[in-house]
Design a protein around this ligand. Sequence first.
Ligand SMILES: C[S@@+](CC[C@H](N)C(=O)[O-])C[C@H]1O[C@@H](n2cnc3c(N)ncnc32)[C@H](O)[C@@H]1O
Length: 394
Amino acid sequence: MPLPTDKAPAGPVLDAPHFAEYISALNEHGAGEPAAVDGFVTDAHGVTAHESGQNLDSIETEGEDEHDHDDDSAIGGISRFHSTASVQSSVYEFVEENGRTYHRYKEGKYVMPNDEIEQDRLDMQHQLWLMTLSDKLHLAPIKPNPNHILDIGTGTGIWAIDCATMYPTASVIGSDLSPIQPAFVPPNCQFEVEDVEDEWTYTQGFDFIHGRLLVSCFKDPRAVFAQAFAHLAPGGYFEMQDADFPLRCIDDSMRGTALEQWNGHIVDGAARAGRPWTNTKRYKQWMLELGFVDVHEKLFQWPLNTWPRDPHLKMLGLWFQHDLTEGLNSTKAVLTRGLKWSNEEAEVFLVDVRKDIKNRAVHAYASLHVVYGKKPDVVEMSPPRPSGEGEEEA
Ligand SMILES: C[S@@+](CC[C@H](N)C(=O)[O-])C[C@H]1O[C@@H](n2cnc3c(N)ncnc32)[C@H](O)[C@@H]1O
């Protein structure tokens, strides 16, 4: 698939000064630092919002020291295995629907396709994330020589493969409903066909658990976070990198567009299907409630297309435009399954949404959240009671 180049489409350069200012101030301060920028206000809860009412959610920073290092590691060979599903050829016989293929294992659970078109899109999104995070795979300050790393909902496995290359001491596992990962991977990387919503059967404590772009996946994401907490080694980190829906806009230029309708339909359809796409903003709170410490949330933005003047944002916008244009068709099942539209109705509707995605007069953007937290080094236990205390009197 051709990837976007740095050639912006011809057309007027529309600037949205508040957005560009806000982003450049974030960059100057480090992405997660609170930024004081004209036109933006921070409320008593630390929620930063544009004065016009544009909510940019909360940003928080805090430091953490270097952690202790374990350097023993168990590295396997090239393998594909799974723990909770039996490897049967049937998991490779994907389900076909309206010209796309979907996962067979736990059929119908996840709404996006798993065919080559979608795999190419996921790999492109990986590049978009790398551009967003200055080539970092994660922001959590994990120890330099981790032993065990887990990537839940790994997709094509591209993050897990890069991670295994980056951390040769680690055994990296990627798990997914779809066996769409390549066969030839670094020796310390392996993949499992697994439903992350099932009870995890891992016996090792992970130093790092990562999940990216999973907002559309789980009925009860908080329960998945709780499993991550339980399966981390003390001092291990959990990091989620996700988009929040609906798309936002810095002004009223999205109003009345098909894109705005799509936004509403997607949120509605996903909620009706029992997997709302609006939970990313709750991740930080959930981590805090579950006992994670050193919890940080960092916000990033992908402009809808090349509408910003800032070159970095323009480049992100160019890639996101391509991503969303490809991804629109992948979201079709939200309309057909969730809202019971016919395939033809969905196709016709999406033609207009595609036009809006290319329209540089629409100043919309996606809000990305990177949230990470640490399992305490020492899990607090209740002190043992002195003998006799609390016993019933005879
Ligand atoms: C949008 S893709 C993201 C893939 C990958 N994390 C990335 O960033 O490239 C979501 C992935 O989660 C997987 N998935 C969805 N529900 C799942 C579940 N319950 N258990 C395991 N994987 C799941 C899908 O099959 C898909 O590959």
